[in-house]
Design a protein around this ligand. Structure first.
Ligand code: SAH
Length: 206
């Protein structure tokens, strides 16, 4: 997976490549889809949600430029794979998941992977961030938002980065937003397709 799908494309951060080589992705997948664990594809994890495509996980992690000392907020834990990758790259990860059953599964998966001491899994609406853990050096949002929520930018440390898919329900731009003083600078890293961000700052879906 690392050589074929990541290294050959534009994933150059050796720490990201090492983290993804080290973490067994199948651990975070239901048994019936584990045979495809190292394909470059998203996969269903139950409750209508997915584990992201490995390339997208790598691209998002690389965009945060983590060096090992950071506190990171992830919104949309799913089964916890991306949180595990972030935990290998930073010092501490707070990850928040709206679906209680998925948050429970993620806690178990991270425990099995031996990473639970570095990751706090919170059950709740992450579209408004998690103010009690702020400020964060980096924020990674794993669900498609109609816009980048101001409250997430407010929870970012000066110089920190937010990576977030923004667009319609069908397709989004993966934005990398850097906060600098009161200003922000935005770059687009890729076109992408994520499951919707729900909650207060997300999509109102019935
Ligand atoms: N990070 C995962 C991808 C999870 S998919 C990975 O490792 O691949 C996106 C997740 O975001 C889903 O589990 C969904 O339930 C969750 N989600 C959607 N809206 C949310 C919200 N407002 N707060 C927290 N989680 C949310």
């Amino acid at each position: 997976m690392v050589d074929q799908h990541l290294r050959r494309r534009n994933i150059r951060d050796e720490r990201v490549l090492e983290a993804m080589a080290a973490i067994p992705r199948e651990l975070f997948m239901p048994e019936d889809v584990r045979s495809g664990a190292y394909d470059d594809e998203p996969a269903p994890i139950g409750h209508g949600q997915t584990i992201s495509q490995p390339y997208m996980t790598a691209l998002m992690a690389q965009a945060l430029r983590l060096r090992g000392t950071e506190t990171v907020l992830e919104v949309g834990t799913g089964a916890g794979y991306h949180a595990a990758v972030l935990a290998m790259l930073a010092s501490r990860v707070v990850t928040i998941e709206l679906v209680p059953e998925l948050a429970d599964a993620a806690r178990r998966n991270l425990e099995t992977a031996g990473l639970s001491d570095r990751v706090l899994v919170v059950t709740g609406d992450g579209s408004i961030g998690y103010p009690s853990g702020a400020p964060y050096d980096a924020i990674s949002v794993a669900a498609a938002a109609p816009r980048a929520p101001d409250c997430l930018l407010e929870q970012l440390r000066d110089g920190g980065r937010l990576v977030i898919p923004v667009g319609s329900l069908e397709e989004q731009d993966l934005l990398v937003i850097t906060r600098s003083g009161g200003k922000t600078k935005t770059k687009t890293a890729a076109r992408c397709r994520f499951v919707p961000l729900r909650g207060g700052e997300g999509w109102k879906l019935s």
